[in-house]
Design a protein around this ligand. Structure first.
Ligand SMILES: [Cu+2]
Length: 148
């Protein structure tokens, strides 16, 4: 039993590391993220949001399919929409960045929701956010924690 458990752990670990390496190896140089920041939250809050501008300098559409962060258990792509005067937040499965275009993630619009913060975050801290795109490319973004 012990051997079987150990074997499973190794397989899982290898798959995990392999996944990370595969992503880290492919970088789409046409995609640039700028003005990245994370909203500072009081310690009682377990979620926060990250904002940035994602620019696509290439001619082809690029699709953001998932996000992750080192400070939260999970991260989601969210959209804010006005539903008859009530701002409503919903998760989206992907975000398209048009060729030679950009998408602005900002308060009241698209944002990255950092869900279940592992520890309180303070202004001035730098947070790593990783963007994963269709086709296997990814981008590491450094975001500063600020009040707004
Ligand atoms: Cu949200």
């Amino acid at each position: 039993m012990v051997f079987k458990y150990l074997f499973c752990s190794i397989v899982v670990l290898t798959a995990f590391l392999g996944g990370i390496d595969a992503h880290a190896g492919i970088l789409n140089e046409d995609i640039v993220a700028s003005d990245a920041w994370v909203r500072a939250m009081p310690p009682s809050q377990t979620n926060t949001a990250a904002y940035m501008v994602i620019k696509n300098k290439g001619p082809n559409e690029v699709i953001l399919t998932s996000v992750s962060s080192d400070i939260s258990e999970s991260a989601e792509i969210h959209q804010m929409s006005d539903m008859k005067g009530m701002m409503n937040m919903s998760m989206v499965s992907k975000l398209s960045i048009p060729g030679n275009g950009e998408v602005v993630l900002k308060p009241g619009a698209y944002h990255i929701m950092l869900v279940n913060l592992k520890k309180p975050i303070k202004s001035g801290e730098i947070v790593q956010i990783r963007l994963f795109f269709k086709g296997g490319t990814s981008l590491n973004v450094k975001a500063e924690v600020r009040e707004q």
